[in-house]
Design a protein around this ligand. Structure first.
Ligand SMILES: [Zn+2]
Length: 478
């Protein structure tokens, strides 16, 4: 149940937005389909996929399989070579020796937050189509997304269009005036500023003084509890203590919810891990992880989301290198495509911001270098990593950016079978339901069929023939 106070906040938010843009127009905008996918014409409750090479995340191998049976959205049987196959009454999708993988997960997204434009190209509160973002994820083979913040438009979001599974977040618990509050104060226009902050954030002076509010939050809606521990956005901003994080973890775990922590520095990462966090939503970027940091992270069992592009986008825009991928050209918003074509040296040099000042922009290439090195150190140390993008921040595109994330990580030396695990079985295990990121009887039929062999090059994921969501087959619109 939504508590009355929260309900009023949602209504006020809706009214405020309605006053500015017109409720119906907002509703139409966020539910506007992109028409990227067409349902396969033979969809029904019984489906057989024949003749595929099936990807097993545990071994990393491809296994030739004669048939995979799906009923009411779940895998019911897998028939290997030589197995006797019962008669089938229903639709048959010919696999033609393509590779069948579990659908991919993007473990860090902000649905409806932005269309990916850099801050200097933002235009007030730009309304985006959440429906078209959902389609873009599926179009790219992503059948599950984990939210890094609550979707402020969820009350208006009808979820009628094809969609990945969405794992919603609670409000973000942070310090008074901690990240992301200064960012919202700067970028969310009046009269929405305060309403959006209340909708998105629970700011606490300490876990003790706010125990009641934390208890209400962990027992409210949301699949996981999101907490922010980062003093670097803007530089030297307030952050929670390790004791606060540990107290929130205790409340959340007692309520049966995992805690996903946004971190900035190596120290933030170690503090969160010590405090019992389940997942770190970023690879540290403020500084480098030492050997003892890595040992502590490993001992804690915490998993770390890659988010390799959170600062790389800026350098990429300045240099126009590397060029946009094929999927980005197909799926990026018109606003991002237009901004990408600009001269970023000039556009960013004229940009005035308190959060992203010129001094701050000068730090970004260092942040990116640290993050890249930390990604490699985590990988070498055998610490569990999960693929995720932070889509909703500048430069990123729903769906396309996860495929690029995997390509970028491959270019850093991470092996393709490990990367496929980071996007399938590793998140599946953490999310811990029947959508397990594995292809086995009983698991949800969230699948992708691709043309090439992604176990030797993850770029093959971009050449997708079909995406299957809960047993419903979709094709890309030509
Ligand atoms: Zn995020």
């Amino acid at each position: 149940m939504i508590k009355p106070a929260r309900y009023i906040v949602v209504i006020l938010f809706v009214l405020a937005v309605a006053g500015t843009f017109g409720l119906f127009q907002v509703r139409a905008t966020i539910n506007e389909p992109a028409g990227l996918l067409t349902p396969w014409p033979h969809n029904g409750t019984n489906l057989r996929i024949t003749s595929v090479r099936l990807y097993d995340p545990d071994s990393g191998d491809l296994k030739s399989v004669d048939a995979v049976d799906i009923r009411h959205g779940r895998i019911t049987a897998i028939y290997g070579t030589g197995d006797s196959i019962p008669d089938h009454y229903g639709a048959t999708l010919e696999g033609r020796q393509r590779v069948l993988l579990p659908g991919l997960t993007d473990f860090h997204v902000h649905l409806g937050a932005s269309d990916g434009r850099p801050p200097w190209a933002m235009d007030g509160l730009a309304m985006v189509s959440v429906a078209s973002q959902r389609e873009a994820f599926l179009y790219s083979g992503i059948t599950a997304v984990v939210e890094g913040s609550p979707n402020a438009l969820a009350a208006l979001d009808q979820a009628l269009a094809p969609s990945p599974r969405v794992y919603p977040s609670t409000r973000m618990i942070t310090a008074l005036d901690g990240h992301p509050i200064p960012m919202y104060q700067e970028f969310v226009p009046w009269p929405m500023t305060g309403l959006v902050i209340d909708e998105q954030v629970l700011a606490i002076a300490s876990a003790d003084t706010s125990a009641g509010a934390i208890e209400a939050l962990v027992n409210g809606p949301g699949h996981h509890v999101k907490l922010v521990l980062d003093g670097a956005i803007p530089w030297d901003s307030p952050r929670l203590t390790e004791a606060d994080v540990a107290a929130v973890v205790k409340h959340a775990h007692a309520a049966g919810k995992p805690v996903y922590v946004h971190i900035g520095s190596a120290q933030d990462a170690v503090m969160a891990a010590r405090a019992g966090a389940d997942v770190l939503m970023h690879t540290p970027y403020v500084d480098l992880l030492s050997d003892s940091d890595l040992a502590e992270l490993k001992a804690s069992g915490v998993a770390v989301v890659t988010t390799a592009q959170i600062w790389e986008w800026f350098q990429r825009g300045l240099n126009k290198q590397p060029a946009l991928t094929g999927l980005e050209r197909q799926l990026a918003s018109p606003g991002l495509l237009a901004a990408w074509a600009d001269d970023w040296h000039r556009a960013s040099a004229d940009y005035q911001s308190t959060t992203f000042s010129q001094d701050y922009l000068a730090r970004l290439s260092g942040f990116n270098a640290n993050l890249t090195e930390n990604l490699k150190r985590l990988y070498q140390a055998g610490i569990p990593q999960i693929a995720g993008t932070d889509t909703g921040i500048p430069g990123l595109t729903p769906g396309a950016s996860l495929i690029r994330e995997l390509q970028l990580l491959q270019s850093y030396g991470l092996a393709a079978p490990d990367l496929l695990r980071m996007a399938t079985s590793a998140p599946g295990t953490l999310l811990g339901d029947s959508n397990s990121g594995r292809i086995q009887p009983g698991s949800a039929a969230d699948l992708v069929l691709v043309e090439g062999d992604p176990t030797s090059d993850v770029s093959a994921l971009a050449e997708l023939a079909y995406v299957i969501q809960a047993g419903v087959v979709y094709q890309r619109r030509q």
